[in-house]
Design a binder for this molecule. Structure first.
Ligand SMILES: Cc1cc2nc3c(=O)[nH]c(=O)nc-3n(C[C@H](O)[C@H](O)[C@H](O)COP(=O)(O)O)c2cc1C
Length: 155
């Protein structure tokens, strides 16, 4: 018999980044966030995808209720972004993401996916659709996986 699952939740939020306008410094700041987030999320069995478009960030965080809560509290208090607003916080039947932390910044190969999702005007109005954020995150992951040739494992 399968072991009973602990209760899984996800949080989807968006925020305004307060990172440096200097591209090299900004990139080092994103690397810092990634390094720490990967480690901490792995330890807390959290899976997550962060999207960055201009100065807006949106992130999906999934995992066991308490871990997600603790992680989100730390993230919300981080001065590297402000106006952190939760779009959705709910129980989920299963995870959608496989990595402890991935960061996708708009540009290059993912540009078409970001363009199709058209989140920027919604961010600017302060009313992004949860479904648009989640489907962009899933499309980014699916694209990354098919590039690695492992998409057949996640149908
Ligand atoms: C946009 C953004 C996303 C972040 N995502 C995560 C995350 O998924 N997991 C995490 O542990 N920290 C994340 N962080 C970093 C946390 O805010 C915090 O700096 C880090 O967890 C270390 O916390 P501590 O200094 O209290 O130990 C993120 C920060 C920002 C600005």
């Amino acid at each position: 018999m399968r072991a009973k699952r602990t209760s899984l939740v996800h949080i989807i939020y968006f925020s305004r980044l307060t990172l440096s306008s200097d591209p090299a410094k900004r990139s080092a700041q994103v690397d810092d966030i990634t390094r720490v987030a990967q480690k901490k999320n792995e330890f807390a069995v959290i899976t997550s995808l962060l999207m960055i478009e201009g100065n807006f960030a949106a992130q999906v965080i999934e995992g066991e209720r308490t871990s997600v809560h603790e992680t989100f509290d730390r993230i919300a208090a981080d001065p590297r972004h402000r106006e952190v607003q939760i779009c959705e916080w709910r129980e989920i039947a299963k995870r959608e993401f496989v990595n402890s932390f991935k960061c996708a910044q708009r540009g290059g190969s993912n540009d078409t996916l970001f363009a199709k999702a058209n989140l920027l005007p919604m961010f600017q109005r302060g009313t992004p659709k949860t479904s648009a954020i989640l489907s962009l995150a899933m499309a980014i992951q699916a694209d990354a996986m098919s590039r690695q040739g492992i998409d057949h494992l996640f149908v």
